[in-house]
Design a protein around this ligand. Structure first.
Ligand code: GN1
Ligand code: MG
Length: 361
């Protein structure tokens, strides 16, 4: 066993450790599964303090949400953050690295490209339930760590600034993508504008609701809860709805290498939306219903912008395995958004039907 990891895990746990193994996934932090002599397992994470320089505020946010959910909804499985044996929310190691630990929740997340529609209904239910259950948590109890996180238009403007700074050769590589974005730019600020002018409410939201962040029960297939609370911030449920569908309606994976292989799965969109609206219906307002069809499209384009920007900046934010990866990732998002655009009329009809049928029940 690695001595350093051993020492760090021991900062949180009194029980003897038996094994520590790396956990795959996540673009930002590094994770390990910690086995102990008890039947409990733990998730140890090295925090990326380049992305989250204010580690204290990050961990306060996560702690506040975990405590709130466990206090108000004790009958469901919620994420549990452990404190260090010195009662701290994270461990600051001698080598100036930052660490945290969660109770590991047994789950079956192996089928991220599943075609089982019940699974997506469940993902929608658990995501909607999260939005509903946090609806009364005051937004001022959460620190904004990543300013303008889902301000899609601002991200577009930042991308243009980056595009000006690169060489003409580099720019030519993504010229097609920039032209594609230019044609759509006026619709990118719909959600953010509605938040700013008060027609939809600011609420504490998750902001990173991709399929990997939803846990499913191994035996029943039911959704358990959302994990990865790094980005809990004031937002709107449309961000969580949109980001989840960005991730889940993709017929392939985010890290595919062939944008042409990526398709929008309408049936997944419908199953997720049914589960989601079954929960959030009591808190949905008229404007949110009106904007719902556009949320997956906007957040998918936003993610494409973010990948493309990181590519132009030299891959400093997202972990990559090869230099073009963020460029390919962005093309995949734009391809998916293109297909959402083609399905927009059907998406609108479907959302209206689901809202009406949930309202009648
Ligand atoms: C990042 O690290 P991870 O995989 O949880 C990113 C999300 C993106 C996601 C795309 C703090 O999440 O916003 O949607 O990658 N997190 C941050 O896979 O930027
Ligand atoms: Mg995350």
């Amino acid at each position: 066993m690695n001595y350093l990891l051993d020492k760090i895990a021991n900062a949180f746990l009194e029980e003897p450790l038996t094994q520590i193994v790396p956990l795959k996934g996540g673009h930002i932090h590094d994770s390990w599964l910690v086995y102990t002599s008890t039947d409990k397992k733990y998730c140890l994470q090295k925090i990326n303090d380049l992305v989250f320089p204010n580690v204290g505020a990050l961990m306060e946010n996560i702690h506040n949400v975990c405590v709130y959910l466990n206090a108000h909804f004790p009958d469901q499985t919620n994420l549990v953050l452990l404190k260090t044996l010195h009662d701290q929310l994270f461990y600051h190691s001698d080598d100036n690295t930052f660490w945290r630990m969660f109770l590991f929740i047994e789950n079956d997340n192996s089928q991220s490209s599943s075609t089982n529609l019940q699974r997506f209904y469940e993902a929608g239910r658990v995501t909607g339930r999260y939005n509903l259950q946090l609806a009364n948590l005051p937004t001022h109890s959460i620190t904004i760590l990543l300013e303008d996180f889902h301000n899609t238009y601002k991200r577009y403007q930042n991308l243009l600034v980056n595009a000006i700074c690169v060489s003409p050769e580099e720019l030519s590589v993504c010229q097609k993508e920039l032209e594609w974005l230019e044609k759509r730019k006026q619709n990118l600020s719909m959600i953010w504008d509605a938040l700013r002018n008060g027609t939809i409410p600011w609420r504490v939201t998750h902001n990173d609701t991709k399929i990997e962040n939803v846990l499913f029960d191994q035996k029943t297939g039911q959704g358990i809860c959302l994990i990865d609370l790094d980005t809990v911030m004031p937002g709107n449920l449309l961000f969580d709805y949109g980001d989840a569908l960005r991730s889940m309606t993709n017929s392939s994976i985010e890290d595919d290498t062939e944008p042409e292989q990526v398709h929008f799965r309408f049936e997944v969109f419908e199953a997720f939306t049914r589960g989601f609206i079954s929960q959030v219906f009591p808190i949905l307002n008229k404007k949110e219903i009106e904007l719902m069809p556009y949320a997956p499209w906007i957040i998918t384009i936003e993610q494409g912008i973010r990948f493309l920007q990181d590519y132009l900046q030299g891959n400093i934010y997202y972990k990559t395995k090869y230099p073009q990866q963020n460029l390919i990732r962005s093309r995949i998002q734009f391809k998916l958004a293109d297909e959402m655009e083609s399905a927009m009329d059907l998406i609108k009809i479907s959302i209206q039907q689901i809202v009406t049928s949930v309202g009648e029940n």
